[in-house]
Design a protein around this ligand. Structure first.
Ligand SMILES: *Cc1c(COP(=O)(O)O)cnc(C)c1O
Length: 382
């Protein structure tokens, strides 16, 4: 049976009144084939990242002459697309990634979701897609989480990964911004990223390929950047490395970031350094949160251009004590080894550094509500 109801799930007004008003605009059509309690329990048992999805998805459509319309939550399932749909030809697509965390009292929270909403709007601008208002983004995430509340995992370090995305849905082969666009949010239960403890990764520093270039789309979270990173990632994996670090596309001298994570160095004087935003680096929410936490701890935090040669010499001479990568999925990932065509260096003793572990712990303690949220970063969704 399909039932269409006004959204009444969840406690009253736990986001701002403006957002709750938009949440009330969503029509919720429940699936007639929800997973049974047993099926869901089985799927929630240590799912592989990005392979399991909840019963529903949130969706808002856009047409140039109407704006954002038809806010709804509907059964999760395949989209039917005309073969001429613009995104399939010209890649006009952007996405976001954030998590919903269950706290000990059963409430469900997101970490700085307005930052993801604001970044989606910036990405939209670069890809000539329409800006989705921040409140619509927040409401879509909240209504989906409330509808699929039973899918928020409770095992340690697990969460409900939310994937908002937007694409050109107009069937048209002309090259111009599409007049029809879809925004969707899907949700995927995710287990601990590092099953069996945090393990350092090895990184190949690529001097041949770039993921982004000056004036390109590197600062936008768009699928095309990921497409550009797959071949270098594959070649690095064939050499035995876990991840690729890219250099800047202009001079091939300075560190930029990994395919999907920002990068940090901790120096022997305790200062914390990360590549400054150049327009071709993606501005991570985790990155900006770590800059704040490190500063709270009285560390010198420095955003600057970091030449690869300085990193290599620093690793050999001991000036660079720790290296880590960061992003929503893995939070903080220690780097144990860095290599390229002309060097191969171990970071410290190859084990996760002290600050790397401490920052990871503090960030996850905030996200899971185990420590006071002194920066007001958490938003209750359900
Ligand atoms: C998403 C992403 C990051 C990490 O951003 P977070 O907001 O911290 O998850 C870093 N680099 C790239 C290229 C990304 O796409």
């Amino acid at each position: 049976m399909t039932s269409t109801t006004e959204n009444t799930a969840g406690p009253a007004t736990i986001l701002s009144e403006d957002i709750e008003e938009i949440a009330d605009l969503f029509s919720v059509t429940l699936t007639d084939t929800p997973a049974s309690d047993e099926e869901r329990a089985k799927k929630l048992d240590s799912p592989k990242f990005g392979t399991v999805f909840t019963d529903h998805m949130a969706r808002i459509s856009w047409r140039r002459d109407e704006g954002w319309v038809h806010r709804r939550v509907q059964k999760y399932g395949p989209l039917q697309l005309d073969p001429a749909t613009a995104v399939l030809h010209y890649g006009q697509e952007i996405f976001e990634g954030l998590k919903a965390y269950q706290h000990a009292d059963g409430s469900v929270w997101a970490f700085r979701p307005e930052e993801n909403a604001a970044r989606l709007a910036r990405s939209a601008h670069r890809l000539a897609l329409p800006a989705l208002p921040v409140d619509d983004f927040m409401a879509a995430c909240a209504v989906l989480v409330r509808t699929d509340r039973a899918w928020v995992p409770t095992a340690p370090d697990s969460s409900l990964y939310l994937r908002p995305f937007m694409f050109a849905s107009e069937p048209f082969l002309g090259v111009r911004p599409a007049d029809e666009v879809q925004f969707l949010v899907i949700a995927s239960p995710s287990g601990a990223y590092f099953a069996g403890g945090v393990k350092p990764v090895s990184i190949w520093v690529d001097a041949e390929y770039h993921r982004a270039g000056p004036g390109g789309t590197g600062a936008a979270k768009c699928g095309g950047n990921y497409a550009a990173s797959l071949l270098p990632q594959m070649e690095a994996a064939a050499k035995g490395f876990d991840q690729v670090c890219f250099l800047d596309g202009g001079s091939n001298v300075y560190l930029e970031e990994l395919g999907g994570m920002n990068v940090f160095l901790v120096m022997d004087d305790g200062s914390v350094h990360t590549p400054e935003l150049t327009g071709s680096i993606l501005e991570g929410v985790t990155r900006s949160s770590i800059l704040r936490l490190a500063a709270d701890h009285g560390r010198d935090v420095v955003e600057r251009r970091i030449p690869l040669t300085e990193l290599v010499e620093g690793l050999k001479g001991g000036r660079v004590a720790e290296v880590f990568a960061c992003g929503t999925a893995a939070v903080v990932t220690p780097v144990g080894r860095l290599a390229g065509e002309t060097f191969d260096a171990t970071v410290g003793d190859g084990q996760p550094g002290e600050l790397t572990i401490a920052i990871r712990q503090e960030l996850t303690d905030i996200q899971y509500g185990r420590t006071p949220d002194r920066h007001g970063w958490m938003r209750r969704l359900a």
